[in-house]
Design a protein around this ligand. Sequence first.
Ligand code: ZN
Length: 474
Amino acid sequence: METMQKYYISTSIAYINAEPHIGFLLELVSADILARYHQQLGEEVFFLTGTDEHGAKVAQAAEKAGQETQKYADQVSEKFRELTKEYNIGISEFIRTTDPKHIEYVQNAWKKLAEKKVLEKRSYTGHYCTGCEAFKTEREIVDGKCTIHETPVEKIVEENWFLVISPEVKAKIKEWLPAVYPAHKQNEILNILDEYDSISVSRPKETLKWGIEVPNDPDQVMYVWVDALLNYVTGILVAGKKIEDVWQNQTQIIGKDILKFHAIIWPALLIALDLPLPKQLLVHGFVNVEGKKMSKSLGNVITPTQLRERYGVDATRYLLFRQLNFYDDSSFSWSEFDAIYNGELANGIGNLTARLIGLLNRLPNGQEKVVQYLKSLDSEPIKNISPLKQVDYSATLQQVNELLKEGDGWISDQKPWTWTEEDWSKYDVASFKPLTKLFEASVLLHPFIPNTVESIRDQLHSLKSDPLFPRLTK
Ligand SMILES: [Zn+2]
């Protein structure tokens, strides 16, 4: 028997110092689309997401909320788990870095790093950004401020453990860099790789209480990134699977702000732990709102629930990949979401489906013929030419819209509403082009809007129409 091709996809784990926003939703849906696409191809998919729960920022947020840290973590983590349900995200496991299995593995991994002599304890002077939970290099600081957070960095002198990044490891990272997509992100790493001969991987307990203790050095706590990155391994264990059974054909999706961690620290850790490097590292941009950076203080944070309430789950999943540029920074806009919703969902696919069903009802024995015809169609060639194979979301939706336009155009040209009963009785359903085009579009759309595609299928089978995307009225 042929063994099933495997596919392992993960998002970054969400840092729980704040509640879920549109940026993380985008990442979750992007991974879900690829997971569903690979399921369509008949592969065995493991899909991991979760929450990153250690670090000073979480402890501070808990304190601010007047809560015990673990309780606070439980509560916020649950909101992210709820988000996966709210948006029909088909995850295999939800990893939390406070899970005892995670902590146990991370401490064992540390011991292995120590045995391999890639860890060194040194006194260190650096500039720390609490927002990033990271020491910043000179080029990442402008006027004493972190270039990402625009908040002052803190000068710190302390004893830390360091992960040594040897020239051999750097050579391996360079060799692996083509796995990073989009390709221009590879240069970002090439430009800074030489600055990293070692990376601080622990902090004194008095500065970082909320984290995993360093084995055999109880005064030190692991730097949150080492702990967090290993979730991609421990999530497999928490799911009750073997690492080697899942760790194949791996795609990781991350935001551009954490590229450095995933393209330098992460491969360095994996090399030391004798695990293969990911096949693909996809890097997405930031979502701004109406041209401005999304922030609590500006009061312009868009929540996933706001989107669901206005557009519904599937429409939101579609709009995120139609209005925003996944691999680039982009600006969310309510008016553009509304316009695309009405133009492409209510009027486009929704209207075409309804019109088509109205027309096909005039075909003698229409229902039977349609069901038989749909059964005869082969979805394999369409799946195989989907641009999702090249992780191109936007080209896939472009293709969908072209197919729907062809279907609409055919109806406008042929004017089947003018046909007589006799015309209909001579008509072969296979020549009814919009039906074929809608079928093809549905195959491409399935990973994006699975429930709607099911509904289209049901409506075509019964020839009873029910609005897929009711028009927005306000
Ligand atoms: Zn920062």
